[in-house]
Design a protein. Sequence first.
Lengths: 263, 160
Amino acid sequence: MYNYSANTQYIGKQFLYLTTCHSTNDLAKSLNSRGLCKNGMVIFTENQTHGRGQQGTSWVSEPGQNLTFSIILRLSDLSLDKQFLFNKALSIHLLGFFRTYFSNPAYAFHIKWPNDVYLNGKKIAGILVENSLSGTHITASVLGIGLNVNQQVFDFPTASSLAIAFDKPIDRYELLNSLLLYLDENLPLNFETLSMAEVQTIHKVYDATLWGLHQPRWYQAAADPFIATLKGVDEQGLLILETKQGIERFEIKSVQFINHPVD
Amino acid sequence: MKPKEIQELIDFVANSGLAEVNIETEQFKLNIKKYPDVVASQAPVYSLPQVAQQAIAPAAAATNTAPVAKTEAPVVEAKSNLITIKSPMIGTFYRSAGPDKPLFVNVGDEVSAGKTVCIIEAMKLFNEIESEISGTIVKILVDNATPVEYDQPLFLVEPK
């Protein structure tokens, strides 16, 4: 069994280890609503039976091979209009961890908009953020994180794992300890007190790490597929594409990346 | 953790399908384990409600959209003390946590302050919207999975 040993300030100070769990996010939300958790509580399971991705989709993970866990964050004074900034900060620090931990330039980690992590063009991690609101303030954020670590076979051609990419098994618990420590040290605790310069840095770094940035690629919106160039993601989280018509902005469900080479 | 919280946690584990729970903080280690015969019954316990929910959910959704909208209209006009729950953001309105999950609220349901009434999603960030008042849901003004604007009315609530 996993023994939590990272020397963190708040993340993982409460650690719930579950051999099996329907969904760590659902359990986290339930514990949070009952007041049974502190800021930074981690709920970890070896076998998530009903993991969720985006609304209606599922996150399927082979038992004992990967990392599936949730972090409950109660950030002080996080207003709803900061949620996209928060998501960008979370994404860049998750990415920052991978780039630091596996510091080998042959392995290219990127953020796939809005908050997946890609390694050499394939998805190895995803985040599902679920916020509890009171009025226009976020009282708690549950960050469901799924990392594909040692799984060897996937149902989707766009998914992969660290072990496949590095061609060797990865120590999951050491990876988890290091990740929690990294997030504990780097995630801003208060988004309301960030300086303009710090906010601009988050936007800039996020854009710079986007998968597909400045590359002509195929996209599909309402009608026929089209070639466009990704320019960034705006402050409302919208994808900015340069098409033949000029600059256009897209919401998450209104556009898809298509994996097909551009001639 | 206080003894009452530990008791609540044990109750929670007892009522869940979980076989084993280990909690570790700076102050203590807690290990809760259910007996193997309970574990053996875990699979059927999980699968039954799942199937039942899927079968019930579409029927429930179908019955509460059409008839409710018709019958509730005059009620809304007659009462002026109704309070509106509005959307705090631009996004997509969801009445449940997923297609196979039960609806958060229906017309006629009593809600208390702090009860989740819907989810508004934007850019894959899911926000659980809580009622800030206690009362009865009188009308649901937006269809499931449709876009909503900032400040758009979502529910009419008759306060207690």
